[in-house]
Write a new protein. Structure first.
Length: 480
């Protein structure tokens, strides 16, 4: 090797050491930066023709375990979805089983019936009976309002996530183009790949996905259900939020929006192409879980109304007329059960606030004049109707139950659903946390980087020593 070749080789070593030091310093500086992947410098032998001469920097590589990252994204999507479902069940269970729950209100109404039947001439006890009946209605209506509020929250969250997903896909497409252009120019695109990874992670929390890289450094994105989200150009997800949602509004009826992909309708259930993440969980809450809870509540409201609407209970009422609990003042129609829990009202005939009279609780809703004040037979019959074992129509397994037992069975069902959802969420979150720790362990280790920096320092010193030695040799030659 000639002296000039020795100088060139040492100079290339200095250049490589300088680049390596820059990479390590960037790693240490970004140790806590979200989305930053550790870099390593790639070195190779430098050739001029068939002669090797020094070292060259072939590029900067991002150290990412693609399989672990894929599993982590899927785990995060599952955890996000399960956590939302568990939060919904917890919210519903708190309303249905918490203080002032329906079972307690029904028991309070039962106690008021006992007190009024024991002293039927007491206007105070009749007034308390009316208050307790109103409390039962308030319990139904507040529970139904909580269910519809959860549906509206889910609908709004769907709209937000769809907008975020579309924006993220647009950003990923732009970064794809920039990364491909930089790769063609043999420039380092690691910083852009970090930005792209952050955006892909955002999409993966909304919709579980898989990414496929191509030779130019671009990535295509597909949902685990098979929908193409990005392939050269991003596809647009569509959704129209409803704003206000009532019990009768469903996806099947067309009153609520489903999802579209480039204008084409998508299945929105758990078997659809976007199933498994946050978006699917909110769709399930809006279209399946909350309506299922509403069905339980409406079935219980129907049981309440039908117990007191029985024609044999109060002979003073007109045939087909409503009982003490009404469907917005009218008799209940079995074909119109959806949303009944929100439409419950007290019979106007017994409510002084609606122009009625308290004594009709004792003498009959159709009575035109007060009867004997000491007669509490109807009040006793009302209590018998409340506590009669009756098979209710609805999602619960058929069994003869009193209204209080039906309320407790409904609460038990909802509590069991909460427990199951929280168990699933706990498992999903634990798995995601474990994979997250494994992913973080592959990040920047400052101690390791400092050790590598010492090696680079030694290499830099050695190459500098070569240059110094060659310079001394040249000076010796020049001094001859």
């Amino acid at each position: 090797m000639t002296l000039s070749a020795s100088l060139a080789s040492a100079q290339s070593g200095l250049n490589a050491a300088s680049r390596g030091a820059g990479v390590i310093s960037a790693n240490i500086a970004n140790a806590l930066t979200e989305g930053y992947a550790r870099r390593e410098i790639r070195l190779g032998a430098q050739h001029y023709g068939t002669v090797g001469q020094g070292v060259q920097v072939e590029g900067i590589s991002r150290q990412v375990d693609a399989l672990l990252l894929r599993d982590l994204r899927l785990a995060h999507a599952m955890a996000e979805g399960q956590d939302l479902r568990a939060a919904f069940h917890g919210r519903l269970d708190d309303v249905m089983a918490g203080p002032g729950n329906l079972a307690g209100r029904i028991d309070g109404f039962d106690a008021a019936l006992i007190a009024a039947a024991a002293l039927p001439d007491s206007d105070t006890r009749l007034a308390d009976l009316l208050v307790q009946a109103g409390s039962v209605i308030d319990g139904f209506r507040s529970s139904a309002a909580a269910i519809q509020s959860a549906r509206m929250d889910a609908d709004a969250a769907i709209a937000v996530d769809v907008a975020r997903l579309n924006n993220a896909l647009d950003g990923i497409a732009r970064l794809n183009a920039d990364i491909a252009a930089m790769g063609a120019g043999r420039r380092d695109s690691s910083a852009l790949q970090d930005q792209r990874q952050i955006l892909i992670d955002q999409v993966a929390a909304i919709v579980p996905l898989r990414s496929l890289p191509d030779a130019q450094g671009r990535v295509a994105l597909y949902s685990t259900g098979g929908a193409v989200l990005l392939d050269m150009q991003p596809r647009e997800l569509g959704f129209t939020p409803a704003g206000v949602i009532t019990a009768d509004m469903t996806l099947a009826s067309g009153a609520l929006s489903g999802l579209t992909l480039d204008g084409q309708p998508l299945r929105s259930d758990d078997g659809g192409p976007l199933a498994g993440g946050r978006l699917a969980a909110n769709l399930a809450i809006r279209d399946v879980l909350a309506p299922g809870a509403q069905d339980l509540l409406d079935a219980m409201a129907r049981d309440l109304v039908e117990r007191f609407q029985d024609p044999a209970l109060d002979p003073t009422r007109a045939p087909g007329g409503p009982g003490l609990f009404t469907d917005q003042g009218a008799a209940f129609d079995p074909a119109d059960m959806v949303g009944l829990s929100q439409r419950l009202r007290l019979a106007p005939a017994a409510d002084p606030a609606q122009g009625g009279a308290l004594w009709r609780l004792r003498d009959g809703l159709g009575a035109t004049t007060p009867g004997p004040t000491a007669q509490g037979i109807l009040l006793q019959e009302l209590r018998t109707a409340l506590n009669a074992a009756r098979i209710a129509t609805g999602p619960l397994p058929p069994a003869g139950r009193s209204l209080s037992d039906l309320a407790n069975a409904t609460i038990t069902t909802l509590s069991a659903q909460r427990l199951q959802a929280e168990t699933s969420a706990g498992f999903a979150m634990a798995r995601a946390a474990t994979l997250e720790q494994m992913h973080l362990a592959q990040g920047v280790d400052s101690d390791r980087e400092l050790q590598d920096l010492l090696l680079i320092e030694q290499a830099f010193g050695a190459n500098a020593r070569v240059i110094s030695t060659v310079d001394d040799m040249i000076q010796t030659l020049l001094g001859l």
